[in-house]
Design a protein around this ligand. Structure first.
Ligand code: T4K
Length: 371
């Protein structure tokens, strides 16, 4: 097995050429404008509008994805309401609901896409359900038609947590709202950041107010808003990363294909099909014991830091106190999944070696009759 001399982390952020960033900093210096809707932020919003093909009136930027979600939920009137979501996601999806006083209700996932299943969600729609929050997990697109059908039938709002899906152009425009995270662990980032895209342009003003304490004018504060403003350095980082989006996507594709080729002859490691952006490389093992052993041996023996995204399930976390057995598919997947390192610049030779290590660990376990 190959032991790497420096740790291989599950992800590393892309960093644009330093000179470009410095050049942008000079502009910020000249402007003497650091945050509060500055020129870099406005430029970033413009470029995102072009990139996504969404009018500028239907976008709002925030200092991170979690606050973007929180304010998006709030602006959609979800406080105090029941909202159906998936347990197979990062805690931010449901924390943001809890923080505005909404009540997350967890439904099971689809075993192919790993996204919330519309059929499972429909079974839980009681009269009080106001919205559904599906997550495009790993960038895989949810059954958007299925959710649209639920929206039409029951009048529920659909808000997509698209934190992983920037670069998957086909997800844009579905539901009432979608949130993209620009955290550095994502394939595209702005140091920290979040973007809301929404159908109803009339809520943009409300979101702009909410991210700035809900201050409307020098003498008016109209709600309990917060500080969720993206600053100028974040916007600059976003602008510089956006210039390289095609290359970033291309490289992820190459990494994914390298893993795929490596696992083609290994029935004990199933690589999960992922959509265009290849934001993650999730693989499934036969059972929990194998997954845990691979995770530990990669770390201790190979200096490779994979992650168990998303284990434990949200339903296992203290603030949610949800019984086991309510989402059997999600419970099964969470116990067997592992996400392998992928990021711009990770040498393909290293990818082959990581895959080789995974296969060897699994093979050794099989020989030990450990499983
Ligand atoms: N919804 C979903 C479905 C999400 O997945 C997320 C975030 C959100 C909402 C909320 O969006 P944000 O508020 O974050 O914009 C990470 C990220 O912190 C989190 O953004 C992400 N999802 C989640 C899936 O993963 P951790 O706790 O795994 O991060 P951490 O610090 O362990 O970093 C992972 C690896 O990346 C480490 O090996 C170190 C490396 N790393 C990290 C950073 C920040 C670097 O090399 N450089 C860096 O700057 O949560």
């Amino acid at each position: 097995m190959k032991r790497f001399s420096i740790p291989i982390l599950v992800t590393r952020p892309y960093l644009p050429p330093l000179d470009n960033f410095k050049h942008g900093c000079e502009e910020i210096w000249n402007n003497k404008w650091l945050t509060n809707n500055g020129p870099m932020l406005q430029q970033f919003q413009k470029e995102l509008s072009c990139y996504l093909g969404v009018p500028e009136t239907n976008l709002a930027l925030f200092n991170n994805g979690t606050l973007a979600l929180e304010l998006g939920y709030y602006a959609m009137g979800l406080s105090g309401e029941d909202v159906i979501t998936t347990p197979f996601t990062f805690v931010a999806t449901s924390h943001a609901l809890k923080r505005i006083g909404a009540n997350p209700i967890f439904a099971d996932i689809d075993p192919e896409t790993m996204c919330l299943s519309p059929e499972a969600a429909e079974k839980l729609i009681p009269s009080r359900t106001k919205a559904i929050v599906p997550v495009h997990v790993y960038g895989n697109m949810c059954d958007v038609d299925g959710f649209q059908r639920l929206s039409d039938k029951y009048g529920v709002k659909i808000i997509y947590d698209a934190a992983h899906a920037f670069g998957v152009k086909s997800v844009v425009g579905f539901g009432d709202m979608a949130m993209f995270s620009f955290h550095p662990t994502k394939l595209f980032h702005s140091c920290e950041g979040g973007l809301l895209v929404f159908n109803d342009a009339s809520i943009q003003e409300r979101l702009f107010e909410l991210r700035n304490f809900a201050i409307r004018s020098e003498t008016e504060c109209v709600d309990v808003g917060t500080n969720a403003k993206m600053n100028e350095f974040q916007a600059l980082m976003g602008l510089e990363c956006l210039k390289n989006m095609d290359e970033l996507l291309d490289y992820r594709q190459k990494i994914y294909m390298t893993y795929e080729d490596a696992f083609v002859d290994c029935s004990d490691v199933k690589i999960i099909p992922c959509s265009q952006n290849k934001a993650y490389v999730p693989v499934l093992f036969r059972n929990f014991k194998i997954r845990e052993r691979v995770y530990a041996e990669l770390k201790e023996g190979c200096n490779v830091f994979s992650r168990r995204y998303f284990y434990p399930l949200l339903t296992d976390f203290e603030p949610y106190s949800y019984g086991r057995g309510s989402c059997p598919v999600a419970e099964d997947i969470a116990s067997r999944v592992l996400t392998l390192p992928t990021y711009y610049g990770l040498p393909l030779e290293d990818v082959k070696a990581i895959a080789g290590n995974v296969k060897e660990i699994v093979r050794n376990m099989t020989h030990e009759r450990y499983v």
